[in-house]
Design a protein around this ligand. Structure first.
Ligand code: G4P
Ligand code: NA
Ligand code: NA
Length: 192
């Protein structure tokens, strides 16, 4: 997605060879028009998959997921990172390992929000090691629903996540694929 890659080139800040900061349009301030185009791109990629629900994880996945759900005409569900007091009925939960923080964190969904008929599209802002995406996959499978695809706004292709999801057989579609953040430079996989 050229518009996204242009914004990454112009406004992204390479923190180190592993981390890209995109607080101008995705992770702190959000550009609604860019998110609208992101949602349209994901909807176009998965329009044949008869998606019934979009699933993401709070908080930065919500904006692109919302715009995707809007375009596909389906609800947008987000996994929570803390168990809310009100979420004490029947829950689905799994542990997600954070490589950066070296801890396992639980994520939660209310069981009633998803059922075995659902055809789910996972959306997230970043794909690094794939732990969050795999956690969402497990929640969907616990519900007996099907994972129809995974849409990623920014994929760090040099980390483990993409190959892990490919190996597991999921249809991954990333709008920007970064092959390297070395030397304070963003290099995209298709090199343009
Ligand atoms: P890890 O596996 O890569 O170690 O990290 P983890 O999944 O625990 O992700 C930690 C957080 O960092 C996630 O957001 C993830 O989206 C984000 N993240 C991973 N790589 C990058 C990157 O290069 N740049 C930016 N900006 N974020 C990255 P989160 O903690 O779930 O927060 P939220 O923003 O969704 O609330
Ligand atoms: Na994030
Ligand atoms: Na995220």
């Amino acid at each position: 997605m050229d518009e996204l890659k242009k914004r990454i080139r112009e406004e992204g800040i390479v923190i180190d060879s592993d981390i890209l900061k995109v607080d101008q349009f995705l992770n702190h301030q959000i550009d609604p028009v860019l998110m609208q185009h992101v949602g349209e791109a994901f909807a176009e990629a998965f329009v044949q998959s008869s998606i019934t629900k979009v699933l993401t994880i709070e908080s930065s996945g919500i904006a692109p997921a919302l715009m995707t759900g809007l375009k596909l005409g389906v609800p947008v569900l987000f996994a929570r990172k803390k168990k809310p007091l009100t979420l004490n009925t029947s829950i689905l939960t799994t542990q997600v390992y954070s490589y950066t923080k070296k801890v396992h964190n639980s994520i939660f969904l209310e069981k009633a929000m998803i059922n075995s008929e659902d055809r789910v599209l996972i959306i997230d802002d970043f794909l690094a090691n794939g732990e969050a995406a795999m956690g969402l996959v497990r929640l969907i499978e616990m519900a007996g629903a099907s994972v129809e695809g995974i849409g990623i706004v920014i994929e760090k292709s040099f980390q483990e996540g993409r190959s892990k999801l490919d190996r597991a057989g999921y249809a991954v579609y990333s709008l920007a694929r970064i092959s390297s953040l070395a030397d304070h430079q963003v290099t995209f996989i298709d090199n343009d």
